[in-house]
Design a protein around this ligand. Structure first.
Ligand SMILES: [Zn+2]
Length: 357
């Protein structure tokens, strides 16, 4: 018996009056960029691939860690240690080989943000940090592309969109000062129930498909907040701020300019043990529980204590801060740097160093 390659069958969505064969053809012509192939990105990629979106760009610099699987069921145990962008491409090919996948096993950064966003019709932000979200926002505003944002914290999630030329607020209208990572924990630090990002990601996929098809009313500049502990849903008006003229929002920083890069704050080193020999004084700023569970060779100074001045720093020393994922250390380094100290952050944190992500 010879196997014929199975053609994708979209009959169940073509049956929707608002989709039809014309809508299906529209999806096949669409290109969507997904930034982050983790807890939010997995369902987004799976549903968009299943729906027959013609081209999917995937950006993720991480490798799969065993601790990711509970919220990223697109992957399997055998995939641990491999780059997620590559794994996502394979998963999409299994689901729907008709979809072209451009996998970028790289960080979404100031150097590639505008080019990547501009090469797609829509961008879905599935990142887990403010810095990337604002970079996605700024590139979407400058390239005039719709963007769908979501974020998750423990049992809570929120979702919002940006649409060019519609009087929409951009991310910076809503969160003019919330640009500092590390103050709110990410999944590694705060913990999360797996299906919470799954639910938010599925909603991002619905919004993306409706936007591509031109159906539904969208979020119309509103912010949706979900509490999965109480199942309360709030809908907040998200007004454009007075100064914002998105797509000419005055707050938006050109991602190509150096102004929004933290490049000078972050460093990469091969091993923590070698750092002192290279002139670093290494401070591990994780919480006491984290440090006890997985000690490092660095001096332990909890972040709160460090920022409160509990350990006095010297202006003639060069400090390297480390935490679990590099977000708290970046926030702390930024703050201490503005106070005049030569403080740097270990990019990617201890997770990157051990190669376990
Ligand atoms: Zn704005």
């Amino acid at each position: 018996m010879t196997e014929t390659p199975m053609q994708p069958d979209y009959s169940r969505q073509i049956a929707l009056r608002e989709v039809g064969t014309e809508g299906q053809a529209r999806l096949a012509r669409s290109r969507v960029l997904v930034v982050g192939a983790g807890g939010l990105g997995s369902p987004v990629l799976q549903y968009l691939a299943g729906a027959g979106v013609g081209e999917l760009g995937v950006v993720d610099h991480d490798r799969l860690d065993a601790s990711n699987l509970h919220r990223q069921p697109m992957y399997g145990r055998a995939d641990v240690g491999r780059p997620k962008a590559e794994l996502a491409r394979e998963a999409i090919a299994r689901l729907n080989p008709a979809v072209r996948v451009l996998a970028h096993a790289a960080r979404f950064d100031a150097g590639n943000a505008r080019a990547l966003v501009g090469a797609h019709d829509l961008v879905v932000d599935c990142s887990d940090n403010f810095r990337t979200k604002f970079l996605v926002n700024d590139a979407a505003v400058l390239e005039r592309r719709p963007a769908v944002f979501a974020s998750v914290y423990q049992y809570e999630g929120q979702i919002q969109t940006y649409a060019p030329d519609e009087g929409h607020a951009c991310l910076r209208c809503l969160w003019p000062t919330a640009t500092v990572d590390g103050l709110v924990g990410n999944c590694a630090e705060a913990g999360v129930l797996g299906p919470v990002p799954g639910a938010l990601g599925a909603m991002q996929a619905i919004i993306a498909l409706e936007c591509l098809l031109g159906i539904g009313t969208g979020l119309r500049g509103e912010l949706l907040l979900f509490d999965f502990a109480t199942f309360e849903v709030s809908r907040l008006r998200a007004p454009r701020c007075g100064e914002c003229r998105a797509p000419g929002c005055v707050r938006v920083v050109d991602p190509g300019s150096a102004a929004c890069a933290d490049a000078d704050l972050e460093v990469e080193i091969a091993s923590l043990e070698d750092a002192p020999a290279q002139g670093w004084e290494v401070l591990d700023i994780r919480g006491a529980d984290e440090f006890a569970a997985r000690p490092s060779s660095a001096t332990h100074v909890p972040m709160a204590e460090l920022l409160a001045g509990g350990r006095s720093l010297r202006v003639d020393r060069r400090y390297l801060l480390v935490c679990a994922s590099g977000q708290r250390s970046l926030a702390a380094a930024r703050q201490l740097r503005s106070a005049g100290y030569a403080v740097y952050s270990l990019s990617g944190g201890l997770a990157r160093l051990s190669g376990s992500r």
